[in-house]
Design a protein around this ligand. Structure first.
Ligand code: UDP
Length: 330
């Protein structure tokens, strides 16, 4: 069974490739390395390329007899999407259409798409269920919801079966310490706190301390990257067994405040560092917590990693790459 993993050299994609490969799937890692790392593409065959390159994709689909596609290629910076929406719609929507077209031309009709909790915008209630109102508040979330709508229509018109996984806060790293989270620039909470713990930043800023939450800081649902990877394998098996197009929230169902995450990092790493209270970051909902009952009922999926384990695995990778960190960041 051959799986094309578009964006397989990125953070979540590489963890998925490792698990797919170990389960015996033939993995084709496809990535233009604009965000991913060549060193992360070591499970399966690596082919450098862009999802907008329909001719190259066409050759790959034919040569490898691809059965299903997983799609992790996207720009993910909310703030950047607000100032440069063209970049987001062109890559996240326009290039996804090209990938889907190459699939259609080759009769590949199983597709797993990385969506996001950002499709819900400001949630009406917590925890969030799949059928709740979807009203994204930034171009990033809108670009992901647009693809969800496109996939609905492609199912009806072309018989493309897909799964949209709406990730909550992906975090943590491969427990073997081989791959981990390294965005450029880094904007995510846990890697930034770990940088402060390593002394690579002089402090961590808390964006907003006046939210209507238990300690005034935002509440998020952190889900380990390998739990996400496991969901992808189950989703793939579901589609290969003839499962219909579907949508799943992927989160732990537990909400932690920004302050709690900082305290947990201090506890797990046994490092102290400066914490600075700052203004709110525009576009942050106070609460984002998933109800993932549907993934449990239909895919038999549940999270295995606690927040402590998420931070411990992330810390192991962060501290292992040590001095080479600058190299990874380019
Ligand atoms: N956050 C923070 N300081 C930082 C980075 C993030 O206080 O240096 C907060 C951010 O405002 C949000 C939470 O941490 O409330 C999670 O942010 P992140 O960017 O990691 O993920 P998001 O929830 O935006 O997908």
């Amino acid at each position: 069974m051959a799986i094309l993993v578009a964006g397989g050299a990125g953070y979540i994609g590489s963890h998925v490739c490792k698990i797919l490969y170990k389960k015996g799937y033939e993995v084709v890692v496809y990535d233009n390395l604009s965000r991913g790392y060549r060193e992360f593409a070591k499970w399966g065959e690596f082919i450098p390329g862009d999802i907008g390159d329909v001719r190259l994709l066409d050759n790959i689909f034919k040569h490898y007899k691809i059965d299903a596609v997983m799609h992790f290629c996207a720009f993910i910076e909310v703030a950047e999407s607000v100032v440069d929406p063209q970049k987001y719609y062109e890559n996240n929507v326009g290039n996804t259409l090209k990938l889907l077209e190459a699939m259609r031309q080759n009769n590949v009709n199983k597709f797993i798409f990385s969506s996001t909790a950002a499709v819900y915008g400001i949630p009406e209630k917590i925890p969030i269920k799949e059928d709740d109102r979807k009203m994204p508040i930034n171009p990033y979330g809108k670009s992901k919801l647009m693809v969800e709508h496109i996939l609905e229509d492609y199912d009806k018109a072309y018989g493309l079966n897909s799964i949209c996984f709406r990730y909550f806060n992906a975090a943590g790293a491969d427990p073997d310490g081989e791959i981990g989270e390294a965005h450029q620039p880094e904007t995510h909470l846990i890697p930034l706190i770990l940088d402060a713990a390593l002394g690579k930043r002089d402090s961590i800023k808390i964006f907003g301390t006046d939210y209507n939450t238990k300690d005034g800081t935002c509440i998020r649902d952190f889900v380990h990257v390998n739990d996400l990877a496991e969901a992808h394998v189950r989703g793939l098996e579901y589609l290969l067994d003839g499962g219909e197009t579907n949508y799943f929230n992927l989160g732990s169902g537990e909400g932690y405040s920004v302050r709690e995450v900082i305290e947990t990092v201090k506890k797990v790493t046994k490092k102290d560092f400066r914490v600075v209270e700052a203004d709110r970051r525009p576009g942050d909902p106070a609460y984002l917590v998933a109800d993932s009952t549907k993934a449990k009922e239909i895919l038999g999926w549940k999270t295995k990693y606690s927040l402590d384990e998420i931070i411990l695995t992330a810390w192991k990778w962060h501290s292992r790459i040590g001095e080479s960190w600058q190299y990874w960041r380019g």
